[in-house]
Design a protein around this ligand. Structure first.
Ligand code: B3K
Ligand code: ZN
Length: 883
């Protein structure tokens, strides 16, 4: 396998102006004919035209209407090369044959539940026809689809439907034209038996856009929330960014077999059904929220991704980081900003920090890849979104908007780079963003340390920052980063002190310029070591650091336990308030882990219990905030902070604290459950969701005690639930404890929901993630369950992915979890390399564990590496993990 390097980028040799495609869809083969109007990028210069192609049978190739002879082109497994095409504009016609019904990779053209659909990003278009399959080749497309009319009554592609009609032999056709130039990765086609929910949206300039969400007919009732989300997203993008939709039609299609969440093909978004279908009875609040976010995300790509796209795949974060940032902001505006921020930061810590500290660590803009699909990562997406957020933190809302406006003004219709985005932000604001670009090129999570001192005589308060970016593969030494640190200072009554001036390494900076008091300021930390001195500070303040999580860093400070309790009780910034509780919990858990390892009796600090009680009983706080604040940091987060990760100890400690809290706050938790029961029908609004979140979190605490009357309570909640959020939460609470009750409820749940594959996936995941000892045997059994299918990614993610997320069972000391995964990866790789490579990633941090586990995991990675015919996808992850 060959590494592709960013520094080797070269402009394409040929420009493609228009592409006319014709698909003859059939049961045993599909014929694709393409007619491309091509021209050399530099007129008069002849150079080879290299077209990508994979798993295609070439039937014919013509230049300017003349069939090419064998010696005029070259064919290998991945390319079709024309040695010397014309030196001025010419037409290229290619006919190929392919077999979508056998395509289990779910990339290119494939069949899902009998329907045809496509997935082209990143490099799937080459499985449809020979093409310069790269994002900087942008062309106008037409697409004619021909298929059996009974089997495939609905024929969709990008743009506008300009013609349709009947053909001989029971066939029909549709001709689509997309007026916007696009890269091949945004091409899409769908053909099948589908029905739509129809609606419309009138844009700010008064144009009426038809909106259609397509699914099999029985699922149409479940598309109401997706339609609501789409309309909300369209309105939000107009209001917040002044961005209007640009065609008269917007289609969304839901398919059950899809490698990832969704795809932003121009005007024909294709979605994993999981992110479209919802009803109160079958989908949880989390599902509803995910649908809102992803429908928004794909819609927002129309401007950030489609109208302005990436020059090459290394720039992926240009569209993904930016679009994740946009969908996060959208969800915040539609719900609770604090709760959304907490959820996003938790996600970053749980998934991105470990990646950034392991063998797959890569910068937001990677320098190299073997298989681009392996770089649709939490680093490119979530850390990329944090990078965009930092521009906004530094430039302010209106400065950020100016930057966005300039970006579109300069680059509409172009394929550009991360520097272009940076330049638009800088130029629109005349800003000094000095070494900010390092965020795109340096991997690793910066580690920031802060110490403080107060001088009562001089009335100054000093914060000293030091930063360190840890070495990552290929990057042993790092430069200091540009880190925006939003901070506030609390006085002894818990109120924000007004901030007036600060000296940065001796240079005076004004914070408040008018009479308007300022309570939060953004310090620009740029050096390895740097000092900030606040003047006019009457008493020793408690600093509220990194408000709103203003930079994706690990922060250590000299705040004491009582400072943290103080912040937890008083901070006006709700994010740092939550964070104070998390820092306390992390410290507590780490010290109990040490006790556990030294076989000491575990004792829970009563102050911690009091802190949780105070939060739980504070009726002025948002209920979802309370639910988040009483939830302990995940086991992965704690293991991440240990020199040698010890899953057993961390699990034991987390369970111990959970049970202790449940025991000591039983009364409070019981009241919380009872006071927060549902009344009335399900509705997706923050108030109701917050109530359900708090009730469900409390119920989980109570059920962990495994006492008969508490199990009875959970059973009652399970039986009386009128929505999936509460039903599934009760099931999860009961499933914590092995035994007959658990088995009975699990089988009751299955028999109720066996007809609904999305609910059955929750049932798989719940069992797979269980920390019941020896669970690998159950998971192995579930592989043979009639509802399981290794070819469906959602099922694999639920069962196999769920299992790998269980620290105790995946990391079982006898190696049974590793062996299970090793075998499955090889099976999966034959069917679907993208899915296999996601699963094999669970091994990548094997060096974090003790020697016994290391040896067992390494043996599985070596076994995988030695397999015949391994995909490039799995090869890249496995080999980098072993390196
Ligand atoms: N752009 C797609 C992801 C494509 C993944 C290709 N392996 C979805 C999204 O981020 O919107
Ligand atoms: Zn995206």
């Amino acid at each position: 396998p060959k590494e592709i390097l960013l520094k080797d980028y070269k402009k394409p040799a040929y420009l493609f102006d228009t592409v006319d495609l014709r698909f003859q869809l059939g049961e045993d083969k599909t014929i694709v004919s393409s007619k491309i109007f091509a021209l050399p990028r530099i007129e008069g210069v002849s150079c080879p035209l290299v077209l990508h192609g994979h798993d295609l049978k070439l039937l014919s190739i013509k230049v300017d209407g003349k069939e090419l002879k064998k010696e005029e082109f070259q064919l290998d497994v991945r390319h079709l090369t024309l040695a010397s095409p014309p030196t001025s504009a010419f037409t290229l016609e290619i006919v190929t044959e392919m077999y979508p019904q056998n395509n289990t990779s779910l990339e290119g053209l494939y069949k899902s539940s009998g329907n045809f659909c496509t997935q082209c990003e990143a490099e799937g278009f080459r499985k449809i026809t020979y093409y310069q399959d790269r994002p900087d080749v942008m062309a106008k497309y037409t697409c004619r689809i021909e298929a059996d009319k009974t089997l495939y009554p609905v024929l969709l592609s990008n743009g506008n439907l300009i013609e349709h009609g009947d053909l001989e032999d029971g066939k029909h056709y549709a001709l689509w034209e997309d007026p916007f130039k696009k890269p091949s990765y945004l091409f899409a086609l769908v053909a099948g038996q589908l029905e739509s929910r129809d609606d419309s949206f009138v844009t700010c300039s008064g144009r009426k856009v038809s909106l259609r969400i397509w699914t099999p007919s029985h699922d149409v009732p479940k598309t109401a929330h997706a339609m609501y989300s789409l309309k909300a997203a369209m309105k939000w993008d107009e209001e917040v960014f002044g961005l209007e939709y640009d065609l008269d039609l917007f289609n969304i299609v839901a398919v059950p077999d899809f490698n990832m969440g969704a795809m932003e093909n121009k005007s024909l978004n294709i979605f994993n059904s999981k992110l479209v279908l919802a009803s109160p009875e079958t989908a949880t609040d989390a599902d509803y929220a995910a649908i809102l976010g992803v429908i928004g995300h794909e819609y927002f790509h129309n401007w950030t991704g489609n109208r302005v796209t990436c020059r090459d795949w290394f720039q992926l974060s240009l569209k993904e980081g930016l679009t994740v940032f946009r969908d996060q902001e959208f969800s915040s505006d539609m719900g609770s900003r604090t709760v959304k921020r907490i959820a996003d930061v938790s996600r970053l810590r749980t998934y991105q920090f470990p990646q950034d500290a392991g063998p797959m660590a890569h910068p937001v803009r990677p320098h190299s890849y073997i298989k681009m699909d392996n770089f649709y990562t939490v680093t490119v997406y979530e850390k990329g979104a944090e990078v965009v957020r930092m521009y906004k933190t530094l430039l302010g809302s209106s400065g950020f908007r100016k930057g966005m406006d300039l970006y579109f003004k300069r680059h509409d219709g172009q394929a550009v780079t991360c520097e272009d985005f940076f330049a638009a932000m800088r130029d629109a604001n005349d800003a000094d963003l000095s070494n900010f670009l390092l965020w795109y090129s340096q991997a690793g999570t910066p580690h920031v340390k802060v110490t403080s001192s107060f001088d009562p005589d001089a009335r100054t308060y000093t914060l000293r920052f030091s930063q360190e970016v840890p070495p990552t593969p290929g990057q042993p030494v790092k430069e200091p980063m540009f880190i925006p640190v939003a901070i506030g200072l609390l006085d002894s009554s818990g109120k924000d002190m007004p901030l007036t001036t600060v000296y940065n390494d001796g240079v005076l900076q004004m914070i408040a310029s008018s009479n308007q008091p300022v309570f939060t300021t953004v310090l620009q930390v740029k050096k390895k070591e740097e000092e900030f001195v606040f003047s006019d500070i009457p008493e020793r303040p408690i600093p509220s650091l990194l408000r709103g999580y203003s930079a994706p860093v690990r922060l250590d400070s000299d705040l004491t336990g009582s400072d943290l309790f103080f912040l937890l009780a008083h901070d006006s910034d709700e994010f740092t308030r939550w964070e104070a509780g998390q820092v306390l919990a992390r410290k507590l858990m780490l010290s109990l882990v040490a006790d556990f390892q030294q076989k000491k009796t575990l004792v829970l600090n009563p102050k911690f219990v009091d802190g949780i009680r105070t939060i739980l009983c504070n009726s002025t706080l948002d209920k979802e905030f309370i639910a988040k604040a009483i939830t302990l940091p995940g086991e992965g987060e704690i293991m991440d902070m240990m020199a040698v990760a010890d899953p057993d100890a961390v699990h034991a400690v987390r369970s111990f604290i959970k049970k202790q809290l449940a025991l000591q706050l039983k009364k409070e938790f019981l009241t919380t459950v009872i006071d927060n029961r549902s009344s009335g029908p399900y509705d997706f609004n923050h108030h109701d969701m917050a109530r359900r979140a708090l009730k469900n979190t409390s119920l989980a605490y109570l059920a962990s005690l495994d006492e008969p009357e508490l199990t009875e309570l959970a059973l009652h909640e399970y039986k009386s639930a009128t929505n999936m959020t509460e039903q599934f939460a009760a099931l999860t609470a009961i499933a914590q404890n092995p035994g007959q009750v658990r088995d009975d409820v699990l089988s009751d749940f299955y028999s109720r929901w066996q007809h609904d594959f999305l609910v059955v996936n929750k049932w798989f995941a719940l069992q797979a993630m269980s920390d019941i000892p020896g669970n690998v045997v159950n998971v192995q059994k579930l592989l043979n369950h009639p509802a399981f299918d290794l070819r469906n990614p959602n099922k694999v993610y639920s069962l196999i992915g769920g299992f790998c997320g269980s620290p105790v069972n995946f990391h079982a000391k006898d190696g049974s979890g590793y062996k299970f995964l090793g075998e499955i990866v090889l099976l999966l790789d034959k069917l679907n390399p993208q899915v296999a490579s996601r699963m094999v990633s669970a091994f990548s941090r094997w060096r974090r564990y003790d020697e016994t586990r290391q040896a067992l995991a390494k043996a599985q990675l070596e076994m995988i590496m030695s397999a015949n015919g391994l995909s490039e996808n799995v090869y890249e992850i496995a080999s980098k993990s072993l390196a």
